[in-house]
Design a protein around this ligand. Sequence first.
Ligand code: UDP
Length: 240
Amino acid sequence: GRGRSGRKRFLLKLSGEAFAGGGGLGVDPDVVHKMAHEIASVVRDGAELAVVIGGGNFFRGAELQVRGMDRARSDYMGMLGTVMNCLALQDFLEKEGIDSRVQTAITMGQVAEPYIPLRAVRHLEKGRVVIFGAGMGMPYFSTDTTAAQRALEIHAEALLMGKNGVDGVYDSDPAKNPDAVKFDALEYGEVITRDLKVADATAVTLCRDNKLPILVFELLAEGNIARAVKGEKIGTLVSN
Ligand code: UDP
């Protein structure tokens, strides 16, 4: 969790949906601006931050599959969607005066570096934000799983799962059930056996097997990314 710089390192997962704002599809620059502003203040305060962004605001492979498309091909479309989110975030980080690099799991030299873990760590040590795009580069995986894998490979302290419109993990869907109860803390095993909505099962088991804590929190509430990094008691903490 600490680089040579002595600063704490985190992997922040941003849901693609959040990027769409109220629009549902595509990127809402106002939302990205707000997120970049929050991330910039966290980095200025001395944390090292790597980011994985989802692509649900463009395409989800599983949804296109239901509509008759080949799963692998639609998953590639999903991965390409995440890259657009990465470029949008990079642009607004630049406007905040924060250096960043996008690294993609599918090579596209004109817009991003390839995924090179040691180089990513070097960027972080220099105070740059590293934004990982195109998921793992493999169909049938998710950006949640990517976030867990990248967090482990760069030795992040924790996986910060920023959610859109929900402030933690509940025992049932709070949007449908007014009596839903929020958990402050959970064990990995409970998340898996109760199928709680933290991340997909592949991501959760990866975190469990490697003892990587997951903090689930509301992404767009002002100051929340900073709170998550400081270890304040927000959201739901998943650990042993
Ligand atoms: N995807 C994939 N492999 C990966 C990461 C993502 O195939 O390693 C595809 C998959 O189709 C997924 C889409 O990219 O549905 C967008 O990512 P995700 O659904 O995780 O985005 P989020 O729901 O977090 O916005």
